[in-house]
Every structure is written in C-alpha cells, then in structure tokens.
Design a protein around this ligand. Sequence first.
Ligand code: ARG
Length: 255
Amino acid sequence: MNRVAALLTAALALSVTASAAPRTLDQIRASGTLKLGTEGAFPPFNFYEGKNLVGFEVDLGNALAKAMGLKPQWVVQPFDSLLIALNQGRFDAVLASHAITPERQKAVTFLNPHYCSTVNIVAQKGGPLTRAALAGKTVGTQIGTAQIPILQAIPGIKDVRTFPNDQTILTALQAGRVDAWSSNGPVVAYMLKQTGQQGKIVIGEAISQEHNAGAVAKGNTALHDALNGALATLMKDGTYAKLSQKWFGQDIRCK
Ligand code: ARG
C-alpha cells in the first residue's frame, strides 16, 4: 500500500471509530446539543416545506430537546438506514414514525410511543382496498418498513414492490404501475389532501395497528429515560396536545 492509501485507510478507520459509539446522556448534556435523526419524506410527521424540515415529529423533537435544556440538531437520511446510523452514533435519537416491532426491539431501544396509527391499503377508486382484493395484485410500499412482511403474508398477493419513499409510490399508483399502495393512514390522508387526490384515490382496510415511537441506540438507558421523562412532561403540560391539534386537528396519542 502506498503512503496516500495508507493515510486514507487510517482516516477512514478513524471516522468509522468516531461514529461507532453512541453518545451517553452525560456527553450529550456536556455538548449542549441533542442530535435527532429523521427521514424528511413522511408528511405530516417529518418532511420538507421548501428548504425547511418541518412536521409533527420535528416540532416534537424540538420540544423534547428544549425540555431537556438542549439545542436540537437534525440529521436527515433515507428511512431504511436510520436504525443502523442510530447504533453507529450518527445521532442520539431517531424520530421517524417507526412502529415498535419485536424485530426492531432486538436492534434498538424504543421510547414510549408518541402516537398510534394504522397502516392501510390504498388504491385508485374501484381498485383493491382489502386484503382479499389484493390477490393477484401488485402493492407498493416503502423500503425498510414494518408492513413489508405483513403484505407479503397476504394470500395470493402478486408482488410487494418497495420504493424509496411514499411520494414515489403515489406517483406509481397514479400512473397505474402498481395496483395499490400501503402506508400509515395519516400520511396517506395528508398526501391525498395536499395533491387534491381525495375521492380519486381511496383509503381502504387497515392491515396493522402500530405504536409509533422514537428510539435510541440499543441499551442507551440514561438517554432513553431522560427522553421518556421529557415526553411525559410534554404530554401532561399541553405541549403535545397543541402540536397534535396543529398537524392533525385531533390528539393522536395512543389511547
Ligand atoms: N410506520 C412504518 C414503519 O414503522 C413506516 C414508517 C416510515 N417512516 C418514514 N419516516 N418514512 O415501518
């Protein structure tokens, strides 16, 4: 190996090491900044309005940081890489509408859910809106999501196609490249309203009920406890209710 290559290798090893350890609560407090990871393509939870990252989870994350006396700093990357990056310490916590699943619980430590929702089957008017109607049909869903195995288990389903995000699936559905779309109900409702597709595209049967929660790196207990404490405070002092009203016109906390 020549000298430049050796130096590069050393630098790479360093950067990998540097991002390999999730920060402890003490380290976070000392820095004054809470680093939050999200996707930025899941409206109205986390998305872009022009250049601004906005949404219910963005407002909530900012409020959580504030309640802990910290400054929020957002890191945005594709949904299917978020939990890996979390465990590599690229950010301290993730808020991206993850459903709590036994599979994910092996990899990360979930906070208490900040909302509950369903995952639905969505289709053009006259298209397949139930599990039974999906026999022989193609459904599009986001890569890395909890609904993929649920969709794959539907008897007779022809194909479960994965897409980078929900916007690309809505486009495919409109163009007839997939027969159906599956995503969280509030996201579909928001996107259909934004694009004026209500009535042309219809929200059908729920295929799962989710508890949607943030997470910290596996075993980052002190941070987990502090964030859960802050969340409980926001749920009690009216901050959560106000943000939920702002984005959904109702309180979406788990009942
Ligand atoms: N609730 C689904 C899941 O847990 C989808 C979440 C997608 N989140 C996002 N930011 N795109 O897999």
